[in-house]
Write a protein that binds this ligand. Structure first.
Ligand code: PMP
Length: 459
């Protein structure tokens, strides 16, 4: 395929040399899947690697190359790949049956753990994904308030459903993306989480808002960071004005702290949605909140209180294999210092990478909070000192454009050549099982990547 500006690159040539097995598989996949992929974030030019197996913090591709993995199963694997307890739990349940189409003990244990860990979770309902959980949160909010509008924030991701499929990477004017009804997009009000006064004014000025939904530590897990003061403001205004505050904790849940971002901030939202770590690496999602809202899903409450119940189905809701891995994972999150270790690894990795940038005199920075790290590639060439970089000061526009910077793709390939798999933001997530050796290896890969990028005039 035509890799455009990548076609004469030595970095690309080296990537191709190392990964012929992936190239071959990718070629075959192109005649099956659009772009040869099954998730937009898997798009890598000239082609993505094909992974055969993974363990702990590492994974191996079809050509036997080893990588330190910073995707972490899109955030699901805070315990790393193939955690022994999680794996055993899945194996045990596979032998007992994958789908009884009946109630089972594991769903009760799973829900109990969620209730114990999450402050707002008086009631829980399981789904198969974060996208579904967010849809249900919105439906619940509209049902209890009788109002229509959803306030969302530019750059905050809530899955691919109709209310959320614009204003994340594009369509910041709120217009619908292809296949969406303008009528639905028209019920979504896009605000900016770096504009406290404007957001407050929006919430104060309207009486038709059912819900405010946000990624509580900032868009795309902090690529666009958010001030704690902003979240406190949202809690205060929504509580006073009877608007349902929804924390999308699909990534932050059981990660930034055992009880998610709500524990980290000490702010209890009305509803919170979960997925990823919730199910220990298999599919699963949940909406959680007070009985007074989740009773909209309750047959008896609907009958005694005289409202029409919200229907809820889903073939794989609390599937027992997912419940088994979810229970195994959440038990460890509850009992051990899993979140603390992931956060500590994130801080150590950011510091190590910034030290390399400073030593190599590269005017970029690595930023992020908790277990996240993101490269700021300084698209406007401003004076940037890696270790004192403040993403809130850089502004959303520059942070967003950083990921689309020409060097971003080559950086990803160069890191891959060095045995490190980062995401396209570019950046990634640390788990509780990343080691000091992983971090050293990653710093070394960055040093080598910088030299390769310099040799091609990208720096
Ligand atoms: N919300 C957030 C914050 C997410 O990061 C994601 C997935 N990356 C989703 C919702 C959607 O979850 P799922 O992919 O399970 O539908």
């Amino acid at each position: 395929m035509n890799a455009g500006p990548l076609s004469n690159s030595k970095i690309v040539a080296r990537y191709r040399e190392r990964t012929p097995g992936s190239a071959q598989r990718s070629e075959a996949a192109r005649s099956i899947f659009p772009s040869g992929i099954v998730h937009d974030s898997r798009r890598v030019l000239p082609y993505p690697i094909y992974v055969e197996r993974a363990a702990g913090s590492r994974k191996w591709d079809a050509d036997g190359n080893e990588y330190v993995d910073y995707h972490g199963g899109h955030g699901a694997l805070i315990l790393g790949h193939c955690d022994p307890q999680v794996t055993r739990a899945a194996q045990r349940q596979l032998e007992l049956g994958t789908h009884p189409a009946a109630c089972h003990d594991l769903e009760v244990r799973w829900g109990t753990l969620v209730k114990e860990l999450v402050a707002c979770a008086e009631r829980v309902r399981f789904h198969s994904s974060g996208t579904e959980a967010n849809l249900m949160a919105l439906r619940l909010a509209r049902a209890v308030t009788g109002k229509k509008k959803l306030v969302r924030f530019k750059g905050h991701f809530h899955g691919w459903q109709d209310h959320a499929a614009f204003g994340v990477d594009d369509h910041f004017d709120g217009s619908a993306t292809p296949g969406l009804l303008e009528e639905i997009a028209g019920h979504v009000l896009l605000a900016s989480s770096d504009d406290l006064d404007g957001t407050r004014a929006l919430l104060e000025s309207r009486d038709d808002i059912a819900a405010v939904m946000l990624e509580p530590t900032g868009g795309s897990f902090g690529v666009l960071p958010i001030g704690a003061g902003f979240v406190h403001m949202l809690r205060e205004v929504t509580a006073r004005r009877g608007v349902v505050l929804v924390f999308d904790e699909v990534v932050t849940g059981f990660r930034v702290a055992r009880g998610g971002a709500q524990e980290h901030y000490g702010i209890t939202p009305d509803l919170a949605t979960f997925a990823k770590i919730l199910a220990g690496g298999l599919p699963g999602g949940a909406v959680t909140g007070p009985a007074s809202i989740l009773e909209r899903l309750d047959f008896e409450a609907a009958q005694t209180k005289g409202f029409e119940k919200i229907g809820h189905q889903g073939t794989y809701n609390a599937n027992p294999v997912c419940a088994a891995t979810g229970v195994a994972c959440l038990q460890r999150v509850a009992a051990e210092d899993v979140c603390e270790r992931a956060n500590r690894n994130g801080a150590e990795l950011r510091a190590a990478l910034n030290a390399v940038l400073a030593e190599e005199r590269v005017p970029w920075a690595v930023y992020g909070e908790h277990s996240a790290f993101y490269f700021f590639l300084n698209p406007d060439g401003t004076d940037t000192e890696p270790r004192s970089f403040n993403p809130l000061e850089a502004g959303f526009d520059a942070l967003k454009r950083s990921g689309k910077h020409a060097a971003a793709q080559k950086l990803r390939l160069a890191m891959s050549i060095g045995g490190v798999d980062i995401s396209g933001k570019p950046g990634g997530l640390t788990s509780a099982v990343h080691t000091g050796e992983d971090i050293d290896h990653t710093a070394q890969a960055l040093r080598q990547a910088i030299r390769m990028l310099r040799a091609e005039g990208e720096l």
